[in-house]
Design a protein around this ligand. Sequence first.
Ligand code: NDP
Length: 379
Amino acid sequence: MESRNTSRRKFLYNVGLAGLSVPLISSGIKCAGEKKTNPQMMIDENKKAGKLGIALLGLGGYAGGQLAPALRSTEHCYLAGIVTGTPSKIPTWQSKYSIPDKNVYNYENFDKIKDNTDIDIVYVVTPNALHRDFVVRAAQAGKHVICEKPMALSVEDCDLMIAACKKAGKLLSIGYRLHFEPYNLEMVRLGTKKIYGNIKKISAGFGFTIGDPTQWRLKKALSGGGPLQDVGIYCVQGICYTTGLEPVAVTAQEGPKTNPGKFKDVEQSLTWQFEMPGGIIAEGRSSYGEGMNFLKAEAEKGTFELTSAYSYSGQAGYTPEGAMNFPKIIQQAKQMDGFALSIKNNQPSIVPGELGRRDVKIIAAIYEAMGTGKKIAIN
Ligand code: NDP
């Protein structure tokens, strides 16, 4: 991972790209063997088609590996701009996605995006601790905002973000892609419509073995915590949307650290138990040292579950009647199109800031329970 320091960010203030080697294709001039593309013409075509322009902010693994490719398949929005602290990424992104120079920003000049009518939505895809300030700045620049999960590191920060978007009259959405994914939506249907009777017990687990010990996910100041913030949040979500309920209290236990140096700042793994309305037993697990990916509901008339629940590469699910069978979709495309449609139809996002705030509140309670060893009420 690249080292990030202030001096690295003090690069070209404007996007004149002085001093950068920008491929000619970004100016619409044909290069040998490459298709001629005029970025502004493409923007104009997308606008004419009624699509909303998205600027991705923070061009890391998720933005580059999932969101930008998904924006090639969206019907109601498209990739119109980028915001980055790494100048060396700019030429590749511009040529790959036909982004005109005027739609490229850095973290210093980002507020000027307010004057850019190509950009309707800013999608914040940075380390968790930076979500708050970028969301507030995007709202103040008059843009709708999508913020990646977890929304922020504290409920107070979530309140600030929600208030900034409200004040600007803009929508705020969280990157909860599974609310648009058919297998998870089937879990919601089976659970909330009580297709197999009342749920008696629900369990969820998400974990993987984390690599690079220097990455921001292992630094509490940037991540807010370990696997619970990163992937355990999906288990919190899964338990809530499958039951249609929210926990009222929680107990939690930290798992052992097999590599205390690597996990000096954050938990390596943890387990928690929610007290749910109606006496449903609910438990979650997340880990940076063990692979798992499941959501399992045990109901009066049988068990329904996803054994690959949260991945974006595909789901697998079973009910008492057999395997679930839904088409594979590009979750991020559905999610971003869903938000674009909410904006167009002047309706709230189905995954609004308030939902992100709820999960930040629950996560804070889980950490408090883990730290104190006590049962913590969730108001
Ligand atoms: P990466 O580390 O791969 O990328 C983060 C990017 O943020 C960097 O490449 C960089 O972009 C920018 N950045 C700005 N400031 C910093 C800083 N101080 N340190 C590190 N990076 C910085 O992370 P991911 O893309 O995996 O995750 C980004 C966000 O997306 C997180 O909130 C994460 O939880 C969420 N996420 C969501 C997923 C989902 O399925 N919904 C999946 C994966 C991640 P640049 O160089 O352009 O400035």
